[in-house]
Design a protein around this ligand. Structure first.
Ligand code: GLN
Length: 463
């Protein structure tokens, strides 16, 4: 049960807890206080999400609430409907609390590509929160309160902020959770998932939002197991791909924490084995991911032209529509979005299609096969979540695009393969959180949560 003084303190000192505003939209302070009081007075019921607050990444539609996807082009968009995940959370008794900041349309690794505020890391306000679901990760870390934070990952946007903010994040199998009501980044890659303080919190959240939805034909009809009935399991065979655990640029502190955790697991019944898989190397996964993601993103952004969707200007002031569209798009898209429109369009151009897009799609199929083969040998695959701790904002902003993209080396592979991922806090380095990433076969979420839960317990006992 949440104590009232904690709640009041949080509401009154929201600035102190958050360093900056993670929230792109939050209701009136007093109204919220009332809402928090309701939670305090509500029943505690572990079997449902009754009165648990939930927050939603700004790319997910909430009725009558600004849903900008971090972009100026959608700054006035207030959907007339709730995304399926929002509907399911509300039906389970959870209460909508606010939207969280993100990189524009999900294009980024640090939430520094947001058209609005840049959220700051609750562990160190000079550092980034990660991206693109940066606000979603930071709010879980900043608030001493059990909440469900809904994020979305295309190429790592849940694992990344979970690791940088020291919280748990689950990215489900592609098709496990409905994308109805999500502002798309890349449709063949997008997955809605959950960030929370514990493995239990993420398991509970996923259990509620997962499952078939007639409004999203890519959702699976497989039944959703009771993820939150967690069981400790230490007798599993764990594979550690060398291409991921010995990645170039892996910071010493991250490596040390990772190796210590392997040792801890090994001492407690897990069988740990290193293996080689060239398909998991950064040189393979990064180009394949960025080609496919940019090609799909540039297609999705075509509709934001100020005609039917998005930011508008007075058309009478322009000579023709091309001039009007250009003006609207140059004014309302950020630099990274423009870069992706240009590169994505180029990749899809006749003549280049086979060279880039088709080739990347073939690499993706091979990667899926490589993961399937690895899972014949291992129950779970693990690697560090991110190669580094959250960089300083200034440092992050001075990186070249290809340096930023390289930070995604450990997350884009599993995302391309559409397999489930769980990022768990794995100790500090330089005072900042690091993360451990667990991977399971398609629809292996139950095993993933159980393994994560066992690791969480081991960590708590041996901290
Ligand atoms: N950083 C990656 C990108 O910019 C992943 C972002 C995401 O998962 N939304 O594409």
């Amino acid at each position: 049960m949440v104590k009232e003084n904690t709640v009041k303190d949080f509401i009154d000192n929201r600035e102190k807890y958050s360093n900056s505003d993670f929230y792109s939209e939050l209701k009136d302070k007093n109204e919220k206080y009332q809402f928090m009081r309701d939670i305090v007075e509500g029943d505690e019921n572990k079997g449902s999400l009754k009165n648990i607050p939930f927050l939603v990444k700004d790319a997910i539609c909430v009725e009558d609430t600004t849903t900008s996807a971090g972009s100026k082009v959608l700054e006035n968009y207030r959907p007339l409907f709730n995304a399926t995940v929002v509907e399911r959370l509300e039906d389970s008794g959870a209460r909508f609390y606010g939207k969280t900041h993100m990189d524009e349309f999900g294009f980024g690794t640090f939430s520094t590509n947001c058209a609005f505020e840049t959220p700051k890391n609750p562990h160190d306000s000079e550092r980034v929160v990660g991206g693109s679901s940066g606000g979603a990760g930071a709010v879980v870390a900043a608030v001493d309160y059990p909440l469900i934070s809904i994020g979305e990952s295309t190429g790592g946007s849940i694992t990344n902020p979970a690791a940088y903010n020291g919280v748990v994040g689950v990215t489900p199998t592609y098709g496990r959770v409905s994308r109805n009501g999500l502002v798309d980044y890349a449709n063949s890659l997008d997955k809605i998932g959950v960030l929370a303080k514990t493995v239990y919190g993420t398991a509970k959240g996923l259990e509620i939002i997962a499952g078939e939805d007639e409004k999203d034909q890519t959702t699976s009809s497989k039944p959703v197991p009771p993820y939150s009935e967690l069981e400790q399991k230490n007798n599993l065979k764990i594979g550690v791909p060398k291409q991921m655990s010995e990645l170039e640029g892996l910071q010493d502190g991250v490596k040390e924490n990772f190796e210590n955790s392997l040792e801890l697991m090994n001492e407690n019944g897990f069988e740990i084995e290193y293996f080689d898989e060239p398909m998991f190397s950064a040189e393979v996964v990064l180009p394949a991911y960025y080609i496919l993601a940019m090609a799909e993103a540039s297609t999705n952004l075509a509709k934001f032209s100020g005609m039917r969707y998005g930011y508008e200007k007075n058309p009478e002031k322009f000579n023709d529509f091309n001039e009007y569209f250009s003006e609207v798009r140059s004014e309302s898209f950020g630099e990274e979005a423009k870069r992706r429109i240009l590169l994505g369009t180029y990749i899809r151009k006749a003549g280049y299609r086979d060279k880039y897009y088709v080739k990347a799609a073939k690499v993706r199929t091979k990667l899926i096969n490589a993961f399937e083969q690895a899972f014949e040998e291992y129950d779970i695959i693990i690697c560090p979540s991110m190669p580094n701790i959250a960089p300083k904002i200034e440092e992050a902003e001075s990186l070249r695009p290809e340096e930023v993209y390289a930070m995604d080396s450990l997350t884009v592979g599993p995302n391309l393969a559409g397999i489930p991922q769980l990022s768990i806090p794995n100790g500090l380095s330089n005072g900042m959180p690091t993360g451990l990433q667990l991977l399971a076969p398609h629809f292996g979420e139950k095993e993933l949560f159980n393994t994560g839960y066992s690791f969480e317990k081991l960590k708590a006992e041996h901290w």
